[in-house]
Design a protein. Structure first.
Length: 617
């Protein structure tokens, strides 16, 4: 009797499920309009044309087209690779001109190191520097350039979708020497990696954000965008690797708990206790925030600091910046927005005085901007307010040039995510077949200019109108003219270098912060203010923190850039004169110094120990 009843219930359930499936198959599908993914305010006429950019990659000698070998070329039993393109900015030959490094994502192809020449053109010199690395067997994930061994020279950590490696720099024009033993055989599948002095011992440690489990746990992953599943814990484990001066060693005691699908690792001293904290932007799950416990462990404070009810569940980007000029660093995480299918939005977390955050993206106009990946803040027009650049787009099949020539996969993906597992293969093959298809492709980027505390998208008017599927975005003043430029790499697309040609709205200055050893001061905190200004003065204070690998799949220009606007002296006796600026720097080891008489319209190298010492509060 019991078995008969069970069979009846099974049949009823199966019939019901089949009915639901047939209904889904034959109801009218929502229309996918590829250009409907933006819900941004129109800029007031007075600011609509203040930003102007021109794409100059080819004329500057930068030629790179990303390739993506799809799963039909995958070896049996090999886990799906996720080779998004990335790009890193570094002055490898220390000549004051930024260079570009691009890890290749295809086995047997060479990495690219574009070194800027005196005439402003770029030449690939990866082989001359020993960084071509054609023998790589796994896709490159991300490259970090820093002085890891504290000898004053630029080194390279190359994170790979497999076993990561390290190259020791020998100085300008000299070959980098690979020393893989420094990584102690660490193998994982990272989407993001970042550097920080976790325990403040003077050595740069590494945090790997691993999208899926490591090779020894490897299997094929087929992920579906779901509007209901928000607690996925089958992704990779995120790891802290401490550097002891000789090698990076996995610290098993620091437990980030997450098994989410992490895209990026963001670093900032969130609670201002002099120890860097960590944020993971996660796909198919909540983002996560961990406070550093004096370099010994971490404490998860996600829901307490960034309430989970406001998360987007498709986190890609982790960027910290003081966008509203209150002296506290805010947090920007990109997410997916696709009307009719997946109505989430980017999250802009404004930090309060108690170090916790409130979400204001929709309120300020930066919430809905397509299938968003990288996002970076910069003062592009030098008016004293930070603007925001965001790159968008998921993917399209090879050779597809127009949306009308292909099929959108959005409807099928969303429906398939809700079908019970035994019926998925009835509706769709076990592995996604692309053919001529796309999902959230042909989207333009968003370029938000800030005006009176709100952001307005002016991308098309500013000349940022390419329709590639953007991934990595790095800020770089490549021509040292004080107007911040940016470079992007795209999924199955070309590298784009956008030269800033905006009319300037004020003065600027830049600083290159260097430790006593000569290395770049990762983790330094800098506050710029007018020397004559009183605490209640209207002359603004500008705050920056030096973590150039925040964002998505990119390392930006490590020089700190300040647009000053048309500021004037706060002293009545000096009315009409430009103020003198002073920079207070808290170095990674906690020492505080003040640098005065900074030069406007130029980049200055400021070395630890050469400023005026200031007692800690």
């Amino acid at each position: 009797m019991f078995a008969h009843a069970l069979r009846q219930r099974t049949y009823v359930s199966l019939i019901f499920a089949m009915g639901v499936l047939m209904t889904l198959l034959f109801v009218r599908q929502p229309r996918d309009v590829h250009d409907d993914a933006y819900e941004t305010a129109q800029a007031p006429p007075a600011i609509a044309d203040l930003l102007r950019f021109r794409e100059v990659a080819t004329e500057r000698g930068l030629v790179y087209a990303h390739r993506y070998t799809r799963d039909q070329e995958r070896k049996p039993g090999q886990a799906r690779a996720n080779p998004h393109p990335s790009i890193s900015v570094a002055d490898v030959n220390q000549d004051g001109r930024p260079d570009f490094f691009i890890p290749h994502t295809e086995q047997g192809e060479a990495n690219l190191l574009y070194v800027q020449q005196a005439d402003g053109r770029f030449v690939d010199q990866a082989r001359e520097y020993g960084l071509a690395f054609e023998r790589q067997e796994q896709p490159g994930s991300m490259a970090l350039f820093a002085d890891f061994n504290r000898d004053g020279l630029v080194d390279l950590v190359l994170a790979q979708w497999g076993c990561s490696t390290y190259f020791r720099g020998q100085g300008p024009g000299q070959v980098f020497i690979e020393e893989p033993h420094r990584m102690i055989g660490y193998c994982s599948r990272p989407e993001g990696v970042n550097a920080l002095d976790f325990d403040r011992d003077g050595d740069l440690d590494l945090v790997f954000g691993n999208f899926i489990p490591p090779p020894n746990e490897g299997r094929y992953f087929s992920l579906w965008m779901s509007s209901t599943r928000q607690d996925n814990t089958t992704g990779g484990r995120n790891d802290l690797l401490r550097f002891d001066g000789e090698a990076w060693r996995l610290d098993e005691a620091v437990n980030f708990k997450s098994r989410s699908y992490t895209h990026t690792v963001g670093v900032s001293d969130i609670n201002r206790d002099n120890f860097p904290d960590v944020v993971f932007s996660n796909d198919y799950s909540y983002d996560e925030m961990f406070l550093n416990q004096a370099g010994r462990s971490v404490l998860e404070v996600t829901d307490e600091y960034i309430p989970k009810r406001s998360h987007g569940f498709s986190g890609m980007n982790t960027e910290f910046a003081d966008f509203n000029g209150d002296g506290r660093l805010d947090l920007f995480i990109t997410n997916v927005h696709k009307p009719g299918f997946y109505r989430r939005h980017n999250t802009l977390w404004r930090q309060r005085e108690d170090h916790r955050y409130e979400e204001v993206a929709m309120q300020l106009g930066v919430g809905r901007c397509g299938f968003a990946w990288a996002g970076k803040f910069a003062d592009f027009d030098l008016d004293g307010d930070l603007d925001l650049m965001v790159v968008n787009g998921r993917e399209r099949s090879e050779g597809l040039q127009r949306p009308e020539d292909g099929e959108s996969l959005w409807y099928r993906r969303v429906i398939a995510a809700e079908i019970i597992k035994p019926l998925k293969s009835v509706y769709w093959e076990a592995e996604e077949k692309w053919g001529k298809s796309y999902i959230s492709a042909f989207e333009r980027s968003c370029l938000f200019t800030q005006h009176e505390g709100r952001f307005y998208d002016v991308a098309e008017a500013a000349g940022v109108a390419d329709r590639q599927e953007g991934r990595g975005l790095a800020l770089v003043d490549f021509n040292n003219d004080g107007r911040m430029d940016f470079v992007t790499v795209s999924m199955k697309g070309n590298l784009q270098l956008y030269e800033n040609q905006s009319p300037t709205q004020g003065d600027w200055l830049g600083v290159d912060l260097r430790l006593r050893s000569g290395g770049v001061a990762w983790g330094a905190w800098a506050e710029l203010r007018a020397r004559a200004a009183s605490p209640d003065s209207s002359v603004p204070k500008f705050v920056r923190e030096l973590y150039p690998a925040n964002g998505f799949r990119a390392q930006s220009d490590w020089r700190l850039h300040f647009g000053l606007g048309r500021t004037r002296s706060a002293s009545p006796a000096q009315e009409g004169r430009k103020p003198d600026w002073q920079l207070e720097v808290k170095w990674p080891d906690g020492e505080v110094e003040v640098f005065e008489n900074l030069k406007l319209g130029a980049y200055s190298v400021l070395r630890q120990g050469e400023g005026s010492r200031k007692a800690l509060p």
